[in-house]
Design a protein around this ligand. Structure first.
Ligand code: SF4
Length: 159
């Protein structure tokens, strides 16, 4: 145990240095720097999820900016939505959005969430996220880089 503690002390902090804070969305003032986030996969290929996992991992350490993933939309302030919205996920996404207490923010992550990306006009796709629920922040890329996801979430936490 002591060896482990010494190792942690010797290595120190491994996260990337924090870049300047991006411009905050209007709702950020209401969250006071602490935002609970519910992730919704509305039809993603899972590539965006891997980058979200990296954004919350030890290198980018998104939690240090006041963001935390939660299991229920009723506990959330914001939704992080990935993928084109499939026909089967359109109604669950609407209901999930309604379950988030106001004020609430929606972040559409990835080109599929923004404009259906490579799945545009596929038979099972209902549309981009903004056609199903209101979107406040969009993150471009297929998949987006973790830095871009961190930036988008920081614009919601305001930190
Ligand atoms: S944007 Fe790219 S990585 Fe993300 S769900 Fe679509 S195809 Fe997959």
């Amino acid at each position: 145990m002591l060896r482990l503690w010494r190792k942690i002390r010797a290595i120190g902090r491994v996260a990337e240095p924090a870049p300047d804070a991006p411009a905050a969305v209007p709702a950020a003032a209401e969250f006071s720097g602490s935002v609970q986030i519910r992730h919704v996969d509305a039809g993603s290929c899972n590539g965006c999820e891997i980058e979200i996992g990296a954004a919350f991992g030890p290198v980018y350490d998104l939690e240090r900016y006041g963001a935390r993933l939660v299991a229920s939309p009723r506990h959330a302030d914001a939704l992080l939505v990935t993928g084109p919205v499939t026909r089967n996920m359109a109604e669950p996404l609407r209901r999930t959005y309604e379950a988030v207490p106001e004020p609430r923010v929606v972040v559409a992550v990835g080109d599929c969430a923004r404009n259906c990306g490579v799945f545009a006009e596929a038979y099972g796709v209902a549309g981009p996220v903004r056609e199903i629920v209101p979107v406040d922040v969009e993150v471009a890329g297929c998949p987006p880089r973790p830095e871009a996801i961190v930036d988008a979430v920081r614009s919601v936490t305001g930190r």
